[in-house]
Design a protein around this ligand. Structure first.
Ligand code: S3P
Length: 423
């Protein structure tokens, strides 16, 4: 991808692709139900293609009709080759949870990048529930069936681990309770409640009682992805004269930390809540160019914007004063090390940071110079560096940027439509 800056004015309306986390959960819940489910606005991107391919190998019927996915699942069959989760940790972790409840043996594998991601945080509690899992890293073999409920305290506030355990708990004997150290995204809890599952949850605890009956059909229209929205909000806020309207975005408060943080920094962002789908609030977001001041981001807010740090860091370079990020060591084990690798790329553009083990400090605003940058195989890194390129003077090239297809294949086209010079 090549971005020519500085962008002058970004204007327009955007309908975002379906939320990645909600899409994964809808696919899995539908795959466990013998009834026919209809999924509207499912994210069609690298990460969900991996999930769909794996589910088909497990005997789940998935077909496209009028742009929707029609899914019929139930009991899964033993796959005759390894299930390739690609680069998607959500695919792997959530599949581990669901497979733990099925009386079959499956091998899960993925890219070199995925093989570096920690799977022990899911494997350990699943083993306690009764599953056999060969390794704490991919590739791994999982043999499921005959699970018992569990009382588990999550090591980290990870929604992926929580969602995996809920998928296992649904298929276990007896009740399960999961405690988390912070408020991770609660899409699984909301969707399962909508499906009539006996589940109680608050910010930090979920209790689930499996039922004798099979899971009901999941019929849902997936809200637009608010993590993808964050890149466009950032571009509107940073590029003078801009105003971007984002339609039908998921505004679940476990995901909207970035909106709260940007608003505290002085960003002109308005959110109009206008509906619900599958238990998720949906709204329109209008973001305008704004003058920003610095902030300290730490604690629960980090969890509520865990995927937004790459783009937030670009915004921090343009904010007046000292911005500090703390309590964010989890960023080091995402698709790339989203502290070191990201700061490394922005240093190539002339930015000065102080790096800490769990975050960084930056004094802004600083001038971004155009540079040749690397995506590090990380979709959110590539998309964030494109925003950095838009506010630099000249041509910024992002190598291996086709990785954006993992979560937002229409990204460059959308930026162009809004007025950015991106090829
Ligand atoms: C996700 C949870 C987050 C997030 C990821 C998607 C999910 O990961 O970073 O992109 O769908 O549950 P963790 O739960 O590991 O923090």
């Amino acid at each position: 991808m090549k971005v020519t800056g500085p962008a002058t004015q970004l204007l327009g309306e955007v309908q975002l692709p379906g939320d990645k986390s909600i899409s994964h959960r809808a696919l899995l819940h539908a795959a466990l139900s013998p009834e026919e489910s209809r999924l509207n606005n499912i994210l069609r991107a690298g990460v969900t293609t991996a999930m769909i391919d794996c589910l088909r190998q497990l005997g789940v019927h998935i077909q496209e009709t009028d742009g929707d996915l029609i899914v019929r699942g139930g009991k899964w069959i033993q796959p005759n080759k390894p299930l390739n989760c690609g680069n998607s940790a959500t695919t792997m972790r959530l599949l581990m949870g669901a497979l733990a409840g099925q009386p079959i043996t499956a091998e899960l594998t993925g890219t070199k990048g995925l093989q570096r991601r920690p799977m022990g945080r899911v494997a350990r509690p699943l083993r306690e529930m009764g599953a056999s899992i060969s390794s704490d890293n991919a590739p791994l073999v999982i043999k499921g069936g005959n699970l018992y409920g569990i009382i588990h305290h999550l090591e980290v506030a990870s929604a992926q681990v929580k969602a995996a355990l809920l998928l296992a708990a649904l298929q276990a004997e007896g009740e399960s309770t999961i405690y988390q150290p912070g408020p991770s995204r609660d899409h699984s809890e909301r969707m399962l409640c909508e499906l009539g599952v006996k589940l109680n949850h608050d910010n930090l605890m979920v209790t689930i009682k499996p039922s004798e009956k099979s899971l009901a059909a999941t019929n849902i229209s997936i809200p637009g992805d608010c993590s993808s929205a964050a890149f466009l909000i950032a571009s509107a806020v940073l590029v003078p004269g801009s105003k971007i309207t984002l339609r039908d975005v998921g505004i679940n408060s476990t995901r909207t930390g970035i909106l709260d943080v940007l608003t505290s920094m002085g960003a002109d962002i308005s959110v109009l809540h206008h509906g619900e789908s599958g238990g998720e609030p949906i709204g329109d977001i209008i973001a305008k160019h704004s003058k920003l001041k610095s902030i300290t981001v730490h604690g629960d807010t980090v969890i509520r914007m865990i995927d937004e740090f790459p783009v937030f860091t670009v915004i921090a370079t343009q904010s007046e004063g000292k911005t500090t990020v703390k309590d964010a060591a989890e960023l080091r084990i995402k698709e790339s090390d989203r502290i070191s690798s990201l700061l490394g790329e922005l240093r190539k553009m002339g930015i000065v940071f102080t790096e800490h083990t769990d975050g960084y400090t930056i004094l802004g605003p600083q001038v971004l110079s155009p540079a040749k940058l690397e995506s590090h195989g990380d979709h959110r890194m590539a998309m964030s560096l494109a925003i950095a390129g838009m506010i630099a003077q000249g041509d910024t090239e992002i190598m291996h940027s086709d990785v954006v297809d993992e979560s937002y294949p229409e990204y460059t086209q959308t930026l162009r439509k809004l007025g950015a010079k991106v090829v």
